[in-house]
Design a protein around this ligand. Sequence first.
Ligand SMILES: [Zn+2]
Length: 330
Amino acid sequence: MNELIRTLTQTWGPTSYEEGIRGVITRELDSLHVDCRVDALGNLIYCIRAPGKPKLLLSAHMDQIGIIVTHVDKDGFLRFGAVGGLDPYKVLGHRFVFANSTVGVAAVESKEHKTLEHLTLDKLFLDIGAASKDDALLHVAVGDFAVYAGDCVQVGNRVTSAALDDRIGCYVLMEALRAVVGKDLNYETYAMFSVQEEIGIRGAKVGAWGVQPDLAIALDVTAWGDTPESYVLDIALGKGPAIKVKDAGMVATPVVRDLLIEAAKTHGIPFQLEVLQGGTTDAAAIQTIANGVPTGVISIPDRYVHSASEMVDLGDVEGCIKLLVAVLLK
Ligand SMILES: [Zn+2]
């Protein structure tokens, strides 16, 4: 098991509470002695200076999806809302953990069992085992955040865990940085670990304004089309990094897309082209700041995105690191 991937995925960090994961990343990268700063929103931005060269911004988001307590009823059961895009079918039956380690299970109103095709989040509640409202309030309060409790396990080349979106992108960015520090780079390179992606790509926008790059590449997960009766999507685990053409929020700037394709071909890295009908990434925000930024995305295929058990292929992850390093190095 890759211990860094385990630590990254198991660190608690819903949107706006990224300090834990930021701490993991800064401790890991400390020995590189690369300049870094944290902006007022919490984006962690490393910079490898190369005066006179174009500025390249790389971005991977630190936050993970979660839930927020909206109400505690008289019997101690919690109602909750989504922090990020949550499918009630992926929530039902799973455990959620709060910052203070309190754990609850997401259950459904019994009378809803027969009509699961219409399941909505407001039919679910969180049971932390409290005996009453007063008992529950000893552990949680309205406004508290929780995230999926989902162990990190490895079978063969596949890793399953909560929060691979986008801690696996953070991992790719960290490993690429380690590989290129001290070498001759094509760009003045800014590596941003962004906040607040899951509630509307809010952190990356601020971080990108702070850098005002000449071009940008986001690193995030994408969906899959290789499981039984899946929707049609030409993305499979194990077939390499996905180079984004389009998602619901942007068209990748063709010149950056082609730069990634060329780098993959030159270095013999297998890749897939991604046309995603739903969802978007930090790239959509970065592309439209200031005078506009040519922006592309390297995507990591990730089954069951936004569930307690997402799944990636380590070969794809290695391919993403190689591809990014190929772009950065002269
Ligand atoms: Zn993501």
